[in-house]
Design a protein around this ligand. Structure first.
Ligand code: ITT
Length: 186
């Protein structure tokens, strides 16, 4: 089957493709930009994005809204992750973390799939923000995040390895499971 993924983020697209293609699901990218409202949760951002997109796209599609939540910064950048990444980047986060003791952080990914109604799938991975950037794979905040139980950053992992434990990998796992149970193979 083919699934339309509305995103302009190549890193997300590659991760979804790597995860879903062995399951026989071809992911087709659509890069329509959609409004991302200011809200307290990723779920609200996804619900609003889907309700806007469903009037602009024919057929089923999915989106992924994700964020990095740093405990010592009271959950910042959270729902503002895309904006903060564009404006401050990894260097900016490392600077904000200077002198902050609690370096625990988590990534969360919320996938919204629309097929006439909205279905939500989520994934979370806990870890910590290190003191410097490491690795050149992945995207976004990957070089500064080390998941719990590992010593490598996400940016030092191949996509398959990251997908096994990451927020997006876990959300995709739930999504794929749901598709298997709810759709007939075509
Ligand atoms: P869309 O077109 O899919 O919305 P985006 O980049 O704007 O792409 P988001 O609104 O979900 O995506 O913003 C999330 C930001 O958080 C994104 O810009 C990344 O910098 C970061 N991020 C999300 N998932 C990540 C991951 O797996 N690893 C590192 N950084 C991630």
């Amino acid at each position: 089957m083919r699934l339309v993924f509305v995103t302009s983020n190549r890193g997300k697209l590659e991760e979804a493709r790597k995860y879903l293609s062995p399951l026989g699901i071809e992911v087709v990218q659509k890069s329509i930009s959609y409004p991302e409202i200011q809200a307290n949760t990723l779920e609200e951002v996804v619900a609003f994005g889907v309700s806007w997109l469903r009037d602009h796209i024919t057929g089923p599609f999915f989106i992924d809204d994700s964020g990095l939540f740093v405990e010592g910064l009271n959950g910042f950048p959270g729902v503002y992750s895309a904006y903060v990444y564009k404006t401050l980047g990894n260097e900016g986060i490392l600077k904000l973390m200077e002198g902050v003791e609690d370096r625990r952080a988590y990534f969360k990914s919320v996938i919204g799939y629309y097929d006439g109604e909205l279905h939500i799938f989520t994934g979370v991975v806990h870890g910590k923000i290190i003191n410097e950037k490491r690795g050149d794979k992945g995207f976004g905040f990957d070089p500064i995040f080390v998941p719990e139980g590992y010593s490598k950053t996400f940016a030092e992992m191949e996509i398959e390895e990251k997908n096994k434990i990451s927020h997006r990998g876990l959300a995709l796992k739930e999504f794929a499971q749901w598709l298997k149970e709810n759709l007939k193979k075509d």
